[in-house]
Design a protein around this ligand. Sequence first.
Ligand code: KG4
Ligand code: ZN
Length: 340
Amino acid sequence: MRVLGIETSCDETAVSVVEDGRRILSNVIASQVEMHARYGGVVPEVASRQHVLEMVPALEEALGRAGLDWGGLDAIAVTNGPGLAGALLVGVNTAKALALSTGLPLMGINHLEGHVYANWLEDADPESECGFPLMCLIASGGHTDLLLMEDHGRYTLLGRTRDDAAGEAFDKAARILGLGFPGGPEVQRAAQDATGEMSLPRAWMRGTHDFSFSGLKTAILHAARKEGIYPPQEDTPPDARLVREMAYAFQMSVADVMAVKTLEAAHKHGARGVMLGGGVAANAMLRQVLREKSTLPVFIPSPRLCTDNGAMIASCAYFRSSQGVGDGWDMDVYPSLHLG
Ligand code: KG4
Ligand code: ZN
C-alpha cells in the first residue's frame, strides 16, 4: 500500500510517499526557516501563505522522486492537528481536493502520532524487536508528552509539560544567548566545544510524570543578565566562552530530566522499549544521555525524521488504515488536538 503524506502544521511544507508504512519512496521538505528567522519565530500568516506557494511543487516533486503517477497511490493522508489553524487548512484542503479528483481514500492524521511513527521508517522495527507496550517521549516546539503506546493507535498520556514545551524552551534560551532561530540546533552547535564547568537547575516534578521548563528558562535568563549577555549590547559581542558554557548547561539540564523521567516511567509501566520523537529528539545530547542511561532498547529516528516531515504522516496512516480508520468530506482541522 502506497500512501501520500502531507504535512503543513507549522513551517515545513512536506510531502512524502511511503510504501507499507516503512519504506520511504520520496520525502520532500520545503522549509520556511529562513523566512521566519527574520522575525525570530514562526509568523502564522506568513507560514500559511508560503504553504500555498510551495504545495503544488512539493507534490510534483514527491511523486516524481517516487517514480509514480497518481494511479500508483492507494491513499491520501494529511495532518489535521495539532498546529496552526491556517497552516493546517492548506494541507487539509489540498488533501481533500486530491482525494476528490483521484477517488482515493482520505485520512486525517494526528501530528503527534505521526512523530511516534517516525520510529517505523528506518531499519529498526520497535514492534517486532520489542513488542508493546512502548514508552514514547514526543518533544517538539509545542509539546512535551510522555505516552505509553499499548498497541497501534492506543496511547495513554502519562505526563506532559506544565508550562513551556521543550522545543519552545530551546528557542527561548537561544534568544537569551543571542543565538539564531530555530533555537534547538543553534544551542546544540554553540554547546559543542564547552567544558561543562557550569550547571543549571533541573525541575524533577517528583511524584509525577510531568515536566516543567519555565524555571530553567528563568535561571538561564538570570545567569545571562549577570554576565552581561542579555540584553544584547550593540557594540560589545557576548563572551563566546560563556555563551558556549551556558548553552551546554541548558542542554544538559533538559536532556538529563527528559531521559531520567522517560526511563522512570518506562520501568514503572512495564514498557519493553523506549522511543523518542519530535524536533527535540534530534538533539545529540538527549540521544546520547538516553542511550547511556537506558537498560531497555532505545529507538530514535534519524535527526531528519525527528523534525516535521510527510513520511511520518504516511507511515501512521498505513498502520491506522489496517484498523479501518478513514475520514469523510466533513474532516476539519483541530489546532489543539492531543494524543492519549
Ligand atoms: O517537531 P518539530 O519539527 O515541529 C513541531 O511540531 O513543533 O519541532 C521543532 C522544535 C523547535 O523548537 C526546534 O528548536 C527543536 O524542535 N529542535 C531541536 C533540535 N532540532 C530541532 N531542539 C534541540 N536540539 C536540536 N538539535
Ligand atoms: Zn512536529
